[in-house]
Design a protein around this ligand. Structure first.
Ligand code: Q46
Ligand code: ZN
Ligand code: ZN
Length: 325
């Protein structure tokens, strides 16, 4: 097995590209793919300040590492979701990564700061754990990115994640979610810009990247993911990809290039943007979904909200279908 670039001994095969790579050229491939995603989808400008949503898993840590190498000014945000040992362990990987490199990582423990955790909150609110979790993460990531005046919030969604979410949204013709399933969502109506710079890289590549870069990451999956439809979609796509490498890429980027325009605007709802009466978050209802969840779960807000200015324009929903963040 020889590296496609230098013909030296290869350490990774990337079937989607029908090619093998040595360590140096594989790491370069990963950086180049992120750079291309950022450039093609106009995610960032040179020197932008980026808040990276860090879970302690391979994708978010690799993303943080690559953005640093590409010269962006980055900070991390880790949310302690209160999912037993899984949360405490993943928190250790996130803080370890930041500490070793002298990086700034904001940690928010939702149990101590908001008075509920994901297992208890989802039970009390009678929501599926991943639904309550996804909603909580989106709300707190948005809040932190806005509070810190970051140019963008970056998440570690990779090609496997995005293709699986797309499959789920297509199977149910979720036109609103399809309208918002893009690698970049611009800032507006009080929401920060959101970017997914790993969309050109798969799960297996991100694991290999971390191993080769010596990044320790949380290997165990979240115990609450069991029964999540997203996993079934991933498995189905993996079966197809095995027989026909490159299918996930064509499915996702074919949608972006040729079909997503048909759904453009479907995720926006007409009306005047407003702010949540409880927490001040932007949205289009008097009490935001996070505050409703928190109230049903017996939680509380930590402090009086700082008012966040909201520009006039069409309001938008901030979900994207199956939760993957
Ligand atoms: S952390 Fe949260 Fe995931 Fe666990 S509860 Fe579901 S959404 S699976 S990425
Ligand atoms: Zn090489
Ligand atoms: Zn609220």
């Amino acid at each position: 097995m020889k590296c496609r670039v230098c013909r030296g001994p290869a350490v990774v095969d990337v079937r989607r590209h029908n090619a093998n790579f040595c360590e140096e050229h594989f790491l370069k491939l990963c950086r180049d793919q992120v750079e291309k995603a950022i450039h093609d989808h106009r995610m960032l400008e040179p020197g932008d300040r980026v808040l990276v949503a860090v879970s302690g898993g391979k994708d978010s840590l690799a993303l943080w590492d690559i953005l640093l190498q590409l010269g962006y000014e980055t900070d991390g945000l880790y949310l302690g979701l209160g999912i037993g040992d899984y949360s405490s362990e993943s928190g250790r990987f996130a803080t370890g990564f930041a500490k070793e490199r002298g990086l700034n990582l904001e940690e928010v423990d939702i149990s101590s700061e908001y008075g509920f955790d994901i297992p208890g909150g989802s039970r009390a609110a009678r929501r599926a754990p991943c639904s309550a979790c996804g909603l909580t993460k989106r709300h707190l990531f948005d809040e932190a990115a806005t509070r810190g005046s970051y140019d963008a919030l970056a998440t570690g969604h990779n090609l496997d994640d995005e293709a699986a979410v797309l499959l789920g949204n297509v199977l149910r013709w979720e036109h609103e979610y399809l309208g918002r399933q893009r690698p970049v969502l611009p800032a507006g109506d009080g929401f920060p810009k959101k970017i997914k710079p790993l969309v050109r890289l798969g799960e297996r590549e991100m694991a290999a990247y971390c191993v080769l870069r010596g990044i320790d990451y949380m290997v165990e999956e979240c115990p609450m993911a069991e029964g999540n439809r997203h996993l079934a979609y991933k498995e189905a796509l993996n079966g197809i990809e095995d027989r026909s490498p490159g299918t996930k890429h064509s499915f996702y980027f074919g949608f972006q290039e040729r079909t997503s325009v048909l759904f453009a605007g479907a995720g926006d709802s007409a009306g005047r943007p407003t702010r949540c009466d409880r927490c001040g978050a932007p949205g289009n209802s008097a009490v935001c979904a996070f505050c409703r969840l928190m109230e049903r779960a017996g939680g509380r807000l930590p402090a009086a909200p700082e008012p966040v200015p909201v520009e006039l324009g069409a309001t938008r929903s901030n979900g994207q279908g199956s939760a993957t963040t």
